[in-house]
Design a protein around this ligand. Sequence first.
Ligand code: PLP
Length: 411
Amino acid sequence: MTTAVAPLDVARLREEFPLLGTTAHGRPLVYLDSAATSQKPRSVIRRITRFYERENANIHRGVYALSADATAEYDRVRARVARFLGATPEEIVFTRGTTESINLVAQSWGRGFLRAGDEIVVTAMEHHSNLVPWQLVAEQTGAVLRIAPVTDAGELDLDGFAALLTARTRLVAAVHLSNALGTINPIRRITELAHAAGAVMLVDGAQSAPHLAVDVAALGCDFFACSGHKLFGPTGIGVLYGRRELLERMPPWQGGGDMIASVEYQRSTWAPVPQKFEAGTPHIAGVVGLGAALDFVESIGLDAVAAHEHELLGYATERVAEVPGLRVVGTAPMKAAVLSFVMEGAHPHDVGTILDREGVAVRAGHHCCQPLLRRLGLPATARASFAAYNTRDEVDALVAGLLQVRKVFGG
Ligand code: PLP
């Protein structure tokens, strides 16, 4: 992450994002909530508009040129995503987002292969999206959910995790980059341990795909889930990478058009992967927009993004230390893009509301990680999260806003 790469021209980059030039409460908007969703560059907005203005047709179904072209573009983006993640196109399933990708695995692989007494191991820092689907499938199959501990600093306790792995462990599901803490988990090591125990490994990459160069082959994982909207792309589109042999063995999870080979009144056979998992008309414009988003990411380079965000997070961590009574939550040495904190005497929601009046948009709450926050003894945190387009000046605006909060709440 700290290797020398050409620095980003952030001022120029920002010009690509129309929303970053707007105001909030009469002040220039300081958008520090990219972990929730990223803003969109003009190239993505234009690409989606052009699709609807000139290229819109349903895919796979038409013999006419417009439909054939839309199908070709849809397939091209699938190959594009495969390249982005180090996979093959057959291993890329389009979904609505990370949440749906994980539910797909839970309902297809989980219901297909889990038996009563089998064990699923997740970490204590999972987003609800990588916890609740496993609770559901555990209830449906009689499997048992085990929770790998985290330390007070917000790191995975690797020994505690390894101690949970047994001959009964069938699946391990872990977040790559924690949305609540910024912790980067050692996914390669976790995968090695999971595989040594004979378990399948799923990675929640919702936060890592936008910030770290991901290569599923290098990570060694069996499934990887991510969302387009956190990656400068549109909402409603996401990706599931699944190792081909696994996808081929898994039953479909939704039935309908496009996922079949042949249909009779009483039974059907399935299309090859990945179509087997894409029932119905997909989010074609979303896929097209995602393709443009990946072109955008590649044009700036994830290494440059990671280096910029690393520098910014370091600067922000240093600067917030100037705010009396502020404590950073999540102090793992390997961190990216997320700064969670609490302030003595001020509820995180009040912190967020006062910052909003200063034009600074941060998130306050449990960040869809209620059990993690309970483990850390907190009801909520305030969270600033960064993307390639954020600047040191914006960090300064955050700190100025926090000093305002301090004035309001005293101390
Ligand atoms: N996992 C993590 C770590 C996340 O941060 C999020 C969203 O914030 C999700 C999963 C769910 O993503 P989506 O809502 O795009 O499905």
